[in-house]
Design a protein around this ligand. Structure first.
Ligand code: G3P
Ligand code: MG
Length: 251
């Protein structure tokens, strides 16, 4: 299967989306450990700022879905967020998994020797601030023995603000739900190294046009091996999946 062929660009073919989020609560240490155990060499996860400007790993702006609490991440201090249980909503066996700082996740990735795609997922209005803060964090604390992460965002403002503070060789990717017709202009203007997009909105001519320019193209969220196979045939480099075990042998 094409998953075993090396992928162009710094990420492997199979990237665990929010960790192994099909079998563990997304964006938690348990999900990252499980991704590793299931054979994934890389994880994708989402980062945003707490009310006091710390970088926390969480997808939604609010706490409702994962912590079953009212309130927005940006209104909480990090010290309080780090106590919140974001495991029990998924399954009782994960009770006690808490929101993490990016810094702690870096330590675990270093321990596991895993690669990463860090998604800047700014709360509305905090785009530039979030991009800058994460860029500084990577520059100051990214584990020396790991390959640099790929950074990505739906927010051009976050990527643009991060650019000057990231380590020089950090690959940057724009995320699009639908790749726009003027994608090449954005790639040029933002000095992008890759394009990430929603798998089900991608068509073959667009995929081939991107790949022909030697730009790594990665798709989310792909849980069906047949869909992955088709995308790889089009030249897609990597897929983000909630179920790495459907694509990889266990470790
Ligand atoms: O980074 C790829 C993918 O994670 C983007 O969508 O909403 O799952 O963060 P989302
Ligand atoms: Mg994401």
């Amino acid at each position: 299967m094409t998953t075993s062929a090396p992928a162009p660009g710094p990420l492997p073919r199979i990237v665990a989306h929010r960790g192994a989020s099909g079998s563990a609560p997304e964006n938690t240490l348990a999900a990252f450990r499980r991704a590793h155990a299931l054979g994934a060499a890389a994880v994708e996860f989402d980062c945003k700022l707490s009310g006091d400007g710390r970088i926390v790993v969480h997808h939604d702006e609010t706490l409702r879905r994962t912590a079953r609490l009212e309130g927005r991440i940006r209104d909480w201090q990090a010290a309080d967020l780090l106590h919140l249980d974001v495991g029990a909503w998924f399954a009782s066996e994960f009770a006690g998994e808490t929101i993490q700082l990016l810094r702690n996740v870096m330590v675990l990735l270093d321990e596991l020797g895993m690669q990463a795609n860090i998604e800047f997922k700014p709360c509305a209005g905090l785009e530039a601030e979030t991009g800058r803060a994460i860029a500084h964090e990577i520059a100051d604390y990214w584990p020396a023995h790991l390959p640099l992460p790929v950074v990505s965002s739906f927010s051009q403002a976050a990527l643009a603000a991060a650019a000057e503070f990231l380590p020089a060789k950090t690959a940057k990717a724009m995320i699009w739900r639908h790749v726009p017709k003027n994608w090449a202009e954005s790639v040029e203007r933002l000095s992008l190294d890759a394009v990430h997009c929603l798998a089900y909105s991608l068509d073959e001519p667009t995929a081939r046009a991107i790949v022909e320019r030697s730009i790594p193209l990665r798709c989310f969220t792909v849980n069906d091996p047949a869909v992955a196979e088709r995308l790889f045939d089009w030249g897609v480099s990597s897929i983000f999946t909630d179920f790495p075990e459907r694509f990889l042998p266990p470790r």
